[in-house]
Design a protein around this ligand. Structure first.
Ligand SMILES: C[S@@+](CC[C@H](N)C(=O)[O-])C[C@H]1O[C@@H](n2cnc3c(N)ncnc32)[C@H](O)[C@@H]1O
Length: 444
C-alpha cells in the first residue's frame, strides 16, 4: 500500500503505492519501546496503558505503577534490569522522566535504533548538555564505567527519541497524551499542517495509521506533529524548536502570503481584520487596527483560552462572551474555549444549554476540519462528539435525536476502533440498543 522513499540518502518519506481510500488502515504496529508519561503514572498502567484509579506501585523502586499482578509480571522482564537503579536514584530525588525510563530500556536492549533519524547536531547546546547529564546519571545508577562509546550511544538514543517519539493518546482524546513510544516505519512519516492520516490507539500500545481522506497514488503520507487548530506562528515556532524545520506546507504558505482573518474589527464589530494588511473586510478602511492592538487581542485570546479551562461556570461564560467580542468564532482559540464552556455547563447540570453549545461546537469544528484543514468529517474526534450529543439527547428524553447521533457516531468510530478493544465504543453499541428499545416502547 505504501513505500519508503529515500531522498538524497538522508530524508525518508512514506508514499502511497496505490490510491488509499479514506478509512483504510495503512500501518498497524506494536512499539519498539513505550511508556506512560511521568505525570500520568498514577492514572495509567505502565504495561497495558489502561486507565485505573487503583494502580499499585512497584514496592521495590516506587516508580512504576501497574493495574494488576499480571501486568507487573509481564513488565518484569524489562523492569528487573532497571528496578535496583531506579530505587537508588529515586532516593537522591532524581526525577525519572519518561525520556529517562525509555533511554534505560533502549540501553539495556542495546538497540541502536539504526533506522531512526537523530537530528543530533541541531539540538541547542543546553539540550545537548542535558542529554550528557542524563547519560552520566544513567551509567552512574547502573554502577557502570563512563566510556565514550557508551556516552555516544546514550546521547544519540535521546536525540532519536526526541525526534521520533509518537504521543500515545487515549481513544477519546481527552488528555494531552498518556504516553509515548517509538514505532518502526511510522517514524518515516513527515509532518503536514493538513495531514492525510491520523494515528489512533485502538489496542494499546499498538498504533493504527488511518487515512482521513482519500490519498492518491504517489502522494506523500503525512501526519501532523501538532494540534492542527493552532495558528501559523505557534505551529512554525513549535516545529522549528522541536523538529528543526520551517514548515512550508500549502496551508502555512497560504496563511503566510494571504494572512488570516478572525480578529473582529473593534470599530464596526462586524468585519474581520486581516493579520497581514490589518484592514477590515467590512468598513474596508486601511489600517483599521494597529499592530499593537492586533497583538493585544491575540494575547488576550490566548489568556482567555488558558483561563476558561480552570474557571467557575459564571467566569467561563463571562470569558467566552468577551472572547466573542474580540474574535469571530473561527479563531483557533475558540475550540478550547467552547469545550470548556460545554464542560462548565454540564458541571452545573444545565443539560439543554450544554446540548445547544455542543451542537455549535460541532459546527465550529466542521469549519476547521473541512475548510481550513481540508479533511472530511470522518475523524474520531467527530465520532466522540456525536457520541456525547447522543448521550445528552438520551438524557433529555429525545430518543429519536439520540438514535440519529449514535448511528452517525458508530459509522465514524467503527472505522478506527473495535468494540472488543475500545470499552467506550462497546458502551456506545449497548446504549444504541437501549435507545432503540426505548423508541419501540414509546412509539409502537
Ligand atoms: C519522525 S522524522 C520523519 C522522517 C524523516 N524524514 C526521516 O528521514 O527519518 C522527523 C524529522 O523529519 C523531518 N521533517 C518532518 N516533516 C518535515 C517537513 N514537513 N519539512 C521538512 N522536514 C521535515 C525533520 O527533520 C523532523 O525532525
Amino acid at each position: 500500500m505504501y513505500q519508503v522513499e529515500n531522498l538524497n540518502n538522508q530524508y525518508r518519506r512514506l508514499v502511497a503505492k496505490r490510491k488509499i481510500k479514506q478509512g483504510e488502515i495503512i500501518i498497524e504496529k506494536e512499539p519498539l519501546f513505550y511508556s506512560v508519561l511521568s505525570n500520568q503514572r498514577k492514572n495509567f498502567c505502565n504495561y497495558c496503558l489502561k486507565a485505573s484509579s487503583s494502580l499499585s506501585r512497584c514496592t521495590a523502586c516506587n516508580v512504576l505503577h501497574y493495574c494488576d499482578k499480571n501486568c507487573q509480571v509481564q513488565d518484569w522482564k524489562q523492569h528487573k534490569l532497571e528496578c535496583k537503579a531506579y530505587k537508588a536514584i529515586k532516593a537522591k530525588n532524581f526525577n525519572i522522566t519518561i525520556d529517562f525510563h525509555i533511554l534505560m530500556r533502549i540501553y539495556k536492549t542495546q538497540n541502536s535504533l539504526t533506522n531512526f533519524l537523530s537530528n543530533g547536531d541541531d539540538f541547542p547546546i543546553e539540550k545537548q548538555q542535558f542529554f550528557t547529564e542524563q547519560a552520566l546519571m544513567l551509567l552512574k545508577s547502573l554502577e557502570e564505567e563512563v566510556i565514550p562509546e557508551k556516552m555516544e550511544f546514550l546521547i544519540s538514543a535521546q536525540a532519536k527519541f526526541a525526534t521520533n517519539a509518537l504521543t500515545i493518546q487515549d481513544s477519546l482524546f481527552e488528555t494531552d497524551g498518556i504516553g509515548a513510544g517509538l514505532y518502526e516505519e511510522v517514524n518515516y512519516m513527515n509532518h503536514s499542517c493538513t495531514p492525510n492520516v491520523i494515528c489512533v490507539f485502538n489496542k494499546l500500545p499498538q498504533v493504527r495509521v488511518i487515512a482521513i481522506r482519500d490519498i492518491e497514488q504517489g502522494e506523500e503520507i503525512m501526519n501532523s506533529y501538532i494540534d492542527t487548530k493552532k495558528d501559523l506562528d505557534f505551529r512554525r515556532r513549535f516545529l522549528k524548536q522541536n523538529y528543526f524545520f520551517l514548515c512550508e506546507c500549502k496551508r502555512c504558505i497560504k496563511e503566510q502570503n494571504e494572512g488570516v482573518s478572525f480578529v473582529r474589527c473593534q470599530k464596526c464589530m462586524k468585519g474581520r481584520i486581516n493579520s497581514k494588511t490589518l484592514n477590515c473586510s467590512d468598513c474596508n478602511t486601511q489600517g483599521q487596527m494597529t499592530e499593537q492592538e492586533y497583538q493585544r487581542i491575540i494575547t488576550q485570546m490566548e489568556e482567555i483560552q488558558k483561563q476558561t479551562s480552570q474557571s467557575t461556570y459564571e467566569k467561563t461564560i463571562e470569558l467566552t462572551e468577551t472572547a466573542e467580542k474580540l474574535c469571530h468564532l473561527e479563531a483557533p482559540y475558540f475550540n478550547d474555549i467552547y469545550n470548556s464552556r460545554i464542560l462548565a455547563t454540564l458541571g452545573v447540570q444545565q443539560y439543554k444549554k450544554a446540548n445547544k453549545y455542543l451542537k455549535n461546537f460541532i459546527e465550529l469544528s466542521k469549519h476547521w476540519y473541512e475548510e481550513i484543514i481540508g479533511n472530511t468529517l470522518e475523524m474520531p474526534f467527530f465520532g466522540w462528539k456525536l457520541n456525547e450529543l447522543s448521550k445528552l439527547n438520551f438524557h433529555l428524553d429525545k430518543c429519536l435525536e439520540a438514535e440519529k447521533y449514535s448511528e452517525r457516531a458508530l459509522k465514524i468510530l467503527t472505522q478506527y476502533y473495535t468494540k472488543e478493544s475500545c470499552p467506550e465504543l462497546n458502551e456506545l453499541f449497548l446504549r444504541l440498543n437501549d435507545i432503540k428499545s426505548e423508541i419501540k416502547m414509546k412509539y409502537n
